[in-house]
Design a protein around this ligand. Structure first.
Ligand SMILES: NC(=O)c1ccc[n+]([C@@H]2O[C@H](COP(=O)([O-])OP(=O)(O)OC[C@H]3O[C@@H](n4cnc5c(N)ncnc54)[C@H](O)[C@@H]3O)[C@@H](O)[C@H]2O)c1
Length: 254
């Protein structure tokens, strides 16, 4: 199976790279010869992924420990990537959190914590990276949303669902506003996937129940999403802009 695009002489950032979909994307892009700045607030997880990427590509990845909800961390992320590579050709925002608290029970502190990462953090990453991209003449962005942004969430709470609708709104608006200046922005909408986000929140029985809602009868593997994200970043997707690309195994939408 041909699963790689050529990312030689392309440099970019993957957030949430220590785990799950971000990690699988980092490994595939490294094997596709991309120069990578890998970003996560989990320093030890990040170090393990950087080690796994080393030797795959031509350029060793740069590890950036950062909390994307802190503007100073995001500023550092953009500055350090620019210093190391001289440009930022692509951005993948996979950093995200999920809470399951029922609607009537959500404390405002939990609402804020979720929105700080999933919406405010994602916006800041996009805004500061786009500024750098505009100076250099363009770039490509994939924002990781969710099936929860297309419908509702079967796993997360209303705050998670709302945050993923926001990711799609941000991405569509950016795509319209920035495309004439060389920026392509698209949202990627995965369905339930075998990552810690799911396995920390659901037991085996609950996962079996979820599988019944999916036409393919199984959850996704993160590597299956990495291949779609790599396509979205690649020149093969040159006319893809402002899209929401679903990869949910044929989940039944509510
Ligand atoms: N797993 C799924 O079923 C699923 C489905 C749809 C969408 N998604 C989305 O995909 C993305 C990746 O999810 P995953 O399943 O790989 O989750 P994961 O928990 O395996 O990985 C998320 C990573 O993001 C990092 N992170 C969280 N908050 C951060 C912050 N403020 N700053 C820096 N790093 C931070 C975590 O440390 C972790 O390494 C998320 O945006 C999630 O909402 C996941």
């Amino acid at each position: 199976m041909h699963t790689r695009y050529d990312f030689s002489n392309r440099w970019g950032i993957v957030t949430g790279a220590a785990s799950g979909i971000g990690k699988a994307t980092a490994l595939l892009l490294a094997a596709s010869q991309a120069g990578l700045a890998l970003v996560d607030r989990d320093a030890s997880g990040l170090a393990a992924v950087v080690r796994a990427c080393e030797g795959k590509g031509t350029t060793a990845p740069l590890a950036i420990e950062a909390d994307v909800s802190r503007r100073s961390d995001v500023q550092h992320m953009v500055a350090a990537t620019g210093e190391r590579f001289g440009r930022i050709d692509f951005l993948v925002t996979s950093a995200g959190v999920l809470f399951r608290t029922p609607f009537t029970e959500i404390p405002m502190a939990e609402w804020d914590a979720l929105m700080d990462t999933n919406v405010r953090g994602l916006f800041m990453c996009n805004q500061l990276v786009v500024r750098a991209m505009l100076e250099q003449g363009g770039g490509t962005i994939v924002n990781v949303a969710s099936v929860a942004g297309r419908s509702i969430s079967l796993i997360g709470g209303v705050h998670y669902c709302a945050s993923k609708h926001a990711v799609i709104g941000i991405t569509r608006h950016m795509a319209r506003e920035l495309c004439t200046r060389g920026i392509r922005a698209n949202a990627f909408c995965p369905g339930a996937t075998h990552t810690p986000m799911i396995h920390d929140n659901m037991d085996a029985e609950a996962i079996k129940g979820l599988e019944k809602r999916i036409a393919l009868g199984r959850l996704a593997e993160p590597e299956e999403h990495a291949r779609v994200i790599a396509f979205m970043l690649s020149d093969a997707a040159s006319y893809l802009n402002g899209a929401c690309l679903d990869a949910n195994g044929g989940s039944v939408m509510l």
